[in-house]
Design a binder for this molecule. Structure first.
Ligand code: ZN
Length: 499
């Protein structure tokens, strides 16, 4: 068989695996959005079955052999094929190198640990969770080692952020921390304001939804290739042609639904911008969690919480909520959606302090995996860092070290992707502004198409061709650093806080 024939067979296999994944995603979307109570047992059988089919197809011995054969003959392939083969091999290294017994043990342990974590968090009882977390760390180390990584953190991180390493992330985050901590302490020492001028008023949920949909439509979300529904936790799923986002609503505060919708629409517009003719292959897939977050946070924070954005949309939102916002000036509203303050809970943190929550978790995870920190000492380490970075005392472990679901799911090496996305987003913003003088005037006129087009041209259309850092470097001409993000924060929050 010629190499071209082998490649075509592998393309067909890749599309099969991708199809099974897409079916799983739709069944899971339906579970989270529509499923009646009595349907859960049957649905989990369906999900497990399709997941099993996907795994069997993915690890089909004949196809695995063909992928490794192509990888051995890489120099005979064209550039596009090389990208696909590189990514297929990466996926198979993970799917086939870990012993089945280890994979099963991890699945068993994680589902057990999740239940323990829910109880431990409810009772703020870290001691109960600790032995399970110890085992999680041990199992995840074994997994990374089975994948062939000398440093466990590198392996776990690479699963979420391809080609990133502990060292590369550490350099980025150390740089950010050194600049961010003093800047935030200046803000914390300045005159504070809060969101009380709007929160607590009446924002009818049907109007919130209507307004949110109008906003994301204007930003460029394609409703012929996607839809929006309601779920307990907002998320984005699906593939090009059918990308689905979800939101949740609070009648006394429009911010979570509005910025949540813009955030998820940012993820969705990335998926909607992937190249049509590559679907079902790595060249038609998003790069990484970090690059995904660079898109969602870009639209949510950099664009969505900016003054030009609200110069355009403020008359509209006032029309939607005349009773609640009639007496609120634009500048007050803008402050209400840009409050910076230390807080205990990561998911409720603002765009500036959020990154310290991530840095704290990264430092703790890497120390745990390197054997420099014992699980038993984790709450003390957590609380000390909260004091040092955010100047905040942690009252109990439920609001401290036990707050996130990630560790209970065995997800280590995941948190940094949130901040990587934040830094990427600010670096893209810098470059877009340089490329498009008058961009802010365009936004203030409600003209978002040139902005989305820039992202389509420089980010979306490449699929997995480059790793995250390389993609951002190619798009901006510079290696990713924390500097553009710090400039962005200074430019935005300096005037708001007078620092
Ligand atoms: Zn996101």
């Amino acid at each position: 068989m010629s190499i071209a024939e082998t490649y075509q067979q592998v393309i067909a296999w890749s599309k099969d695996v991708s199809l099974a994944g897409a079916i799983f995603e739709m069944l899971d979307w339906d579970l989270q959005v529509n499923l009646p109570k009595k349907g859960f047992a049957r649905r989990s059988d369906q999900l497990a079955w399709i997941q099993g089919q996907r795994h069997r197809r993915l690890t089909d011995k004949e196809m695995v052999a063909k992928v490794y054969e192509l990888a051995d003959r890489m120099n005979e392939l064209d550039a596009d094929a090389q990208v696909n083969v590189r990514e297929w091999k990466r996926a198979l290294d993970r799917a086939t190198k870990a012993p089945v017994e280890l994979v099963e043990e991890i699945a068993r342990h994680n589902s057990l640990t999740q239940g323990v974590w829910i109880e431990a968090r409810k009772n703020s009882d870290f001691a109960k969770f600790a032995p399970y977390l110890e085992k999680t760390v041990d199992l995840q180390k074994q997994l990374a080692s089975a994948w062939g990584f000398a440093r466990p953190y590198d392996g776990l991180l690479d699963a979420n952020e391809p080609f990133a390493t502990e060292a590369s992330i550490r350099a980025l985050l150390d740089d950010l921390k050194a600049r961010l901590v003093p800047f935030l302490h200046r803000i914390f020492g300045a005159k504070q304001y809060d969101a009380s001028p709007i929160v607590g008023r009446n924002f009818p949920v049907d109007k919130q939804r209507e307004f949110g949909l109008a906003v994301i439509g204007k930003l460029g979300f394609d409703f012929d290739g996607g839809r929006q529904d309601v779920s307990a936790h907002p998320f984005c799923t699906g593939t090009k042609g059918d990308v689905r986002i979800t939101s949740r609503f609070f009648a006394d505060d429009p911010r979570p639904s509005l910025f949540g919708m813009i955030h998820e629409a940012g993820h969705a517009m990335y998926e909607q911008g992937l190249p049509d003719d590559r679907l079902g292959t790595p060249l038609g897939e998003s790069v990484s969690l970090g690059v995904h977050e660079s898109q969602s946070r870009f639209w949510e924070n950099i664009v969505g919480r900016s003054i030009p954005m609200w110069r355009y949309f403020y008359p509209e939102i006032k029309k939607a909520f005349p009773a609640a916002l009639g007496d609120v000036p634009l500048e007050t509203f803008h402050r209400c959606v840009n409050v910076v303050a230390p807080s205990l809970i990561r998911v409720e943190a603002d765009e500036a302090t959020y990154n310290l929550h991530i840095i704290l978790r990264f430092e703790i995870e890497r120390a745990l995996l390197a054997g420099e920190l014992r699980v038993a000492d984790l709450p003390a380490a957590w609380n000390a860092k909260m004091k040092e970075y955010l100047d905040i005392a942690v009252p109990n472990d439920a609001e401290g070290v036990l707050q996130d679901v990630h560790w209970s799911l065995g997800s280590l090496g995941y948190f940094p992707t949130y901040t990587i996305g934040t830094l990427y987003g600010a670096q893209l913003w810098d470059k877009i502004r340089a490329d498009m003088p008058g961009l802010e005037a365009l936004i203030a006129r409600g003209e978002f198409a040139p902005l989305l087009e820039w992202l389509r041209q420089h980010i979306h259309r490449y699929g997995k061709r480059y790793g995250g850092d390389e993609l951002i470097e190619r798009a901006t001409g510079k290696k990713p650093t924390a500097e553009p993000f710090m400039n962005y924060l200074r430019e935005k929050f300096g005037p708001l806080y007078g620092v």
